[in-house]
Design a protein around this ligand. Sequence first.
Ligand code: G3H
Ligand code: 13P
Ligand code: ZN
Ligand code: NA
Length: 283
Amino acid sequence: NLVPMAEILKKANKEGYAVGGFNINNLEFLQGIIEAAEEMNSPLILQTSEGAIKYIGIDYVIGMVEAATKNTTIPVALHLDHGSSFEVVMKCIRHGYSSVMIDGSHYPFEENVRLVKKVVEAAHSVGVSVEAELGKIGGTEDNVSVDEKDATYTDPDEAVEFVERTGVDALAIAIGTAHGVYKGKPELDFDRLTDIKSKLDMPLVLHGASGVPTEDVEKAVKLGINKVNVNTDFQQAFTERIKEIFDEKPDLYDPRKYCGPGRDAIKAKVKEKIKMLGSQNKA
Ligand code: G3H
Ligand code: 13P
Ligand code: ZN
Ligand code: NA
C-alpha cells in the first residue's frame, strides 16, 4: 500500500506545505520516522540512498517498509534518493519502490535531459513517480562529490525547458543548500526560488536541509518548496543519544538499551521537522 510520490506532492503543492523526504539508514530510523508521521497524521516520503540500499540490502528495505506500512493510515511513498543510473532505478522499481530520483545533475544539460526522459518513460508506464535534479547541490553525497564553491545554482529558464522535455513529477533545485554539515551559515537564494516557482507551478525539492535554520526552511516552503530532504540531522540525533548513554554507562552491551533511545531521539526530531514543514494533519 505504498502510494506514488506524485500524489503526495500534488496535494502539498496545491495547499502550500512540504512533505519530508526522510532518509532511512536502518530499522530504528524507519520505526522512529513512521511512528512520528503516524502520530502527527502527516504524509511521508521514506527514502534510501544507494549507500543505504547497499548497507541494508534491498530485500530487507522492502520487507521492513512493508511491515511498517501494513496497517498505516497515512500515505507513504518509498523513494530512491539520488539514483545514479537507469539500471539502479529499474532495480528499485522491480522491487516495489513507488518513486525514484534519477540524479543526472553532474552531466551536461542535454545528457541529463536524455537520461531523465528515459527514466520517466519507464517509471510512468508502471505508475512510479520521478524526481530529477538541475543545478548542483553542494557537499558530498553517495557518488557525487561537488566542491561547495563550484556548486552552480539552478537556472530558472533552463528549469522550464528541462521539465517540459522530461515530464518529471518533482524537481530538485540548487539554491544554496548542501548535503551534510555546513561550515558556515547557508545563504539561500530566495529570489531564485520565487522566480523558478513563478515559471513552474510544480513540486520543487530542497536537498541538504539538515543544518538550515528553521525559519529559512519555513520561508522556502512558503515560496514553493514541497519536499524537504533530511538525513544528517537524524543521523546526528541517533548517534548523539547513543554517545550520551555510553558516557553514563560505558559497560552497556545490550544494543536494545542504546538503539531504542536512539530511535526515540529520531522520532522526536522527525516531529520537529513535520511541524516545520506544515504537513501535520495533511494525511
Ligand atoms: O543525499 C543523500 C544522503 O545524505 C547521502 O546518503 O551517506 O547514505 O550515501 P549516504
Ligand atoms: P542532509 O544530509 O543535509 O539532510 O541532506 C539530505 C538529502 O538531501 C538527501 O537527498
Ligand atoms: Zn540529496
Ligand atoms: Na545539510
